[in-house]
Design a protein around this ligand. Sequence first.
Ligand code: PGA
Ligand code: ZN
Length: 420
Amino acid sequence: MGFTVTGVKAVEILDSRSRPTLAVTVTLGDGTVARAGVPSGASTGSQEAVELRDGDPKRFGGSGVLGAVGNVNGEIAEALRGRTFTDLDELDHTLIDLDGTDNKSRLGANAVVGVSMAAARGLAIAAGLPLWQTLNPTDVTPRLPVPHFNVVNGGVHAPNDLDFQEFMVAPLGAPTMAEAVRAGAEVYAALRSLLMGKGLATGLGDEGGFAPQIGQPEEVLGLLVQAIESAGYQPGRDGVAIALDPAASEFYRDGAYQVAGETLSSDDMITRYEELVAAFPVWSLEDGLAEGDWDGNVRLTERLADRIQLVGDDNLVTNPAIIAKAIALGADTAALIKVNQIGTVTETLEAMAVCRAAGWAQMVSHRSGETEDTFIADLAVGSGCGQLKSGAPARGERVAKYNRLVEIETAESLPFGLAG
Ligand code: PGA
Ligand code: ZN
């Protein structure tokens, strides 16, 4: 079989934060045309594949991506055009070899990942299959993931005093994807009413969640429980549970956590989380400690893994080798999965396979800077991982993913919910 690439083209477009990113179109020998939009993060891990930015202060304050666009239209297009590949794996490894660095810093991970995603979509279109089906490993049951709606934004995603970055509601008890999306939207509406009633702002952060002027995480968690109840749901795993992503690397300074007006050690921080988990229906905690705090993350996992899921994002960066290291250390029990952190679809699937083999959970994720591309919805379904986060149930680039999941559910009868 195989497929032939006849064209590769990139354009500089805007992401949801009004910063430049790439749209990449790949054309195949059978006439298939497939496009992908490249996401971009703000609270990035230091080991992520490198996003190439122009640094020209005269354009977009230095954040232009014409260099990365040029790499796609020049070097990458020349290397791929007219070539026949057996599968996506071979194409992705051609890109990895062409770049030649171990972090895609030469051609840019934003250039490489756009080509990889567009090619993956092209293969699905050419085969007449939904994208999720071509991303489904033979030994994995596809499944609709529990959506994690980020309803309150803080950290570097909002201009408020809230140090924790993400407060998510996860309808673990919903019977279907459509009902889960409804629960998310109803809780979001209830939360808006609560905030308005308290005279708090209902403006939105980068991921579409509210960004009220609140400093203490306990206060936000209290409001979330109230919103879940007033929307008619049961707070907790049988109904709507809460997931946190403090993104602690962002408030880790000089060996301590500067959070909510306090300076805390790793162990103080872990105790704070134990208290939060005892008082509120939190089921999952991502990046509770900083990316370099491996000892702290091992202790956090020892102390909390019997009660909640511990997700690594900034420390693991969707890198199969780093995930394998964390598994061996006993740091975290799950990995956040972002295609642009590692830079190709093939390596992303590899990272997820490493997790599965160790009994680790995975949560597929958007970035805070997004496009309308719904690739991650299909990735979550095909990988059968059972969890996805794509921001609030508001703003086009966020709801595009949730809407795609509802459409997949309508077209196919697939199980919904956590894996395993
Ligand atoms: P980012 O944040 O996309 O801004 O890096 C998302 C996250 O920390 O999960
Ligand atoms: Zn994160």
